[in-house]
Design a protein around this ligand. Structure first.
Ligand SMILES: C[S@@+](CC[C@H](N)C(=O)[O-])C[C@H]1O[C@@H](n2cnc3c(N)ncnc32)[C@H](O)[C@@H]1O
Length: 366
């Protein structure tokens, strides 16, 4: 009989379904590896399993399996004499010592949301929301329940999504760091996918730490950028952008897009922002961008879009599902929906273009 492996299932075998069903084990092994400091420790120097276990305080007898799972998914290498090192991918993306490409902030955020996702069935039955603050507090309490309202909250269209997300300074830092990792693929792709040659100024609405501006201004040294976001984010923006080569060409404008006009520029970018809000707010933000742009200015929206047929892009749909569970009124959308909103707001030359993975941009010209 042919040997069965994860990569060589028989046609018609149940194994594909079983692999999917246990894929949360792989996900949690990766998230725990970040939480336990496996990659950060190996970035300092290679170690054997025994040395790693001693340095990280790991006593579980599954530790060698845990480490070799990370080898099998391509994030660690193990030499013939049992020494573990980070692979090039882990060295680039799972390494806090390289803040321009580090995505561990996003993985830490996903790890904190792991208990909340165990309530998916209940949330779908009741329409409730996952209580991110409870998950974060419970994580800080070693997994114990806290008195912050339980892990599932009643649906409340008037809830203040970002008021909750930014309840403490630590949560602001955790969230904006998470966004830098969540959006890195799109940010890197955007430096090339859009023609920046005739653009002089760009505003990033909902800029978080400023990951997009740091990359695009570094890649195009004629560009100047403004990050627009809530005032709580300003010092995180200054710190993150301040260490990039683009620091002198980026400024921050504190504002609330419900109450303030958007700053003007040749290009206005809104990335992973519209999905946080209901349809009325999505349209309000597109209208505000139209008002703020000069004639011939462009609005560039990037998002993990759902495919127009709603059949193929699992990550786009999962991202939308996650937002529906974590925000008061947010939902993802297809490229076709977004193009129609831009045309109705008055934009022309509206188009969609792939960026990286599930991320796409929708661009319209005023
Ligand atoms: C999902 S994050 C996206 C961050 C970033 N654009 C990216 O792609 O990684 C949404 C951003 O919108 C900002 N935001 C939320 N409400 C806002 C408001 N009322 N006015 C301005 N910015 C807001 C948040 O602070 C956060 O940085």
């Amino acid at each position: 009989m042919k040997n069965r492996t994860d990569n060589g299932t028989h046609p018609g075998s149940p194994h594909d379904i079983v692999s999917l069903a246990v894929s949360f084990w792989t996900s949690k092994a990766l998230l725990s590896a970040v939480e336990l400091g496996v990659f950060a420790t190996l970035a300092e120097k290679p170690r054997t399993a025994g040395e790693l276990a001693a340095d990280l305080g790991l006593r579980g007898r599954g530790t060698p399996d845990f480490l070799d799972v990370l080898v099998s998914i391509g994030l660690l290498d193990r030499s013939a004499d049992g020494v573990y090192t980070n692979t090039p991918s882990a060295t680039t993306y799972l390494n806090p010592a390289r803040p321009d490409t580090d995505i561990t902030g996003y993985l830490e955020y996903l790890n904190s949301a792991f208990p909340a996702w165990s309530q998916l069935s209940a949330a779908l039955r009741t329409g409730g929301r996952l209580n991110r603050n409870e998950a974060l507090a419970a994580a800080a309490e070693g997994g114990r329940e806290t008195d912050r309202g339980g892990i599932l909250l009643e649906a409340d269209p008037d809830a203040d999504t970002f008021g909750e997300a930014y309840a403490t300074p630590q949560q602001v830092t955790g969230f904006v760091r998470a966004m830098t990792g969540f959006s890195l693929g799109a940010h890197l792709a955007l430096t090339q996918a859009f023609d920046w040659s005739a653009v002089r100024t760009v505003v990033d609405v909902g800029c978080a730490e400023g990951g997009f501006l740091a990359h695009v201004l570094t890649a195009h040294d004629h560009l100047h950028g403004i990050g627009f976001d809530l005032a709580q984010v300003e010092d995180r923006f200054r710190k993150h952008v301040g260490i990039s080569p683009a620091a002198g060409r980026a400024t921050f404008t504190a504002g609330d897009f419900f109450h303030n006009p958007l700053p003007t520029a040749d290009v206005i970018v809104m990335g992973h922002v519209l999905h946080d809000w209901n349809l009325n707010t999505k349209r309000m933000l597109i209208d505000k961008a139209y008002e703020a742009l000069p004639p011939s200015g462009s609005l560039l929206i990037y998002e993990m879009l759902i495919d127009d047929e709603r059949r193929a892009r699992t990550t786009g749909m999962l991202t939308s599902l996650n937002v529906s569970l974590a925000s008061a009124g947010g939902l993802g959308y297809t490229g076709a929906e977004c193009r129609s909103w831009l045309k109705e707001a008055g934009f022309s030359q509206v188009r969609t273009q792939h960026l990286d993975g599930p991320d796409h941009m929708v661009v319209g010209v005023k």
